[in-house]
Design a protein around this ligand. Structure first.
Ligand code: PGA
Ligand code: MG
Length: 221
């Protein structure tokens, strides 16, 4: 195993989005042992970059559910926001939807607050070319031609690492694609049932303590 790919919200943070110090220590330990950590998130790039810098991860960043990539100081926008814009303009004609804070910084997809249920949003958008993800923190309207998995693969390719050499850790439905493709699939204890079913390993601890547990196992500590 050569790298760790980890989700942010609900995985290294708790429900209130507070960062787990256990997870930080474990991920720093992996970095110090020469295993790069890649952040793979639905958050916007600047938030993900700040998280990466403050933790001290070096593997690169996949942001906006795969719509944005940061590799070797280069930013690549892979998702087409116009698909989400079309869906959003239809949606706001029928439901009181709201975008999350700092949405002007989101460049490849649109994220909504969870005021309107995800299934209602999905049903209203069934004829639109968007993927609807409910992360438990926001509802994302994402270009279906990108996801966390396909963008992680591009990032890994540029570093000469195969998906089979990666441990992936997540908590929610926007993590399914990147976890499914990884060599060692981990769901934290609080993860969605579908993710837990597909995982090679479900941690006994939730959130960041679960991440620390998985990292210790992966690193053989
Ligand atoms: O942006 C969200 O809604 C959740 O972010 P995550 O992918 O880091 O869990
Ligand atoms: Mg998450």
């Amino acid at each position: 195993m050569r790298a760790i790919a980890v989700d942010i919200d609900g995985t290294i943070t708790d429900k209130k989005r507070r960062l787990s110090l256990e997870a930080v220590n474990a991920l720093r330990g992996a970095e110090e042992a020469g295993v790069p950590v890649i952040m793979v998130t639905g958050n916007i790039l600047c938030f993900a970059m700040a998280t990466s810098v403050l933790i001290g991860t070096s593997g690169g960043v996949v942001a906006e559910n795969g719509g944005v990539l940061h590799i070797n100081d280069e930013v690549r926008v892979l998702g087409d926001i116009s698909k989400a814009e079309m869906a959003y303009s239809h949606l706001k004609g029928i439901y009181p939807v709201r975008k999350v804070q700092f949405s002007d910084l989101r460049v490849s997809e649109i994220a909504l607050t969870r005021d309107v249920p995800a299934d209602t949003v999905r049903e209203a958008l069934r004829d639109f070319d968007v993927e609807v993800y409910d992360t438990g923190f926001a509802i994302h309207l994402t270009d279906p031609s990108v996801n966390k998995g396909s963008s992680l693969e591009i990032l890994l390719e540029s570093r000469g690492i195969g998906m089979e050499d990666v441990m992936a850790i997540g908590d929610s439905e926007n993590d399914l694609e990147f976890i499914e493709a990884a060599g060692f699939r981990v769901a934290v204890a609080n993860a969605d049932p579908e993710l837990r079913e597909m995982a090679d390993y479900v941690t006994s601890a939730a959130h960041g303590e679960g991440v620390a547990e998985a990292v210790r196992r992966f690193m053989g500590w």
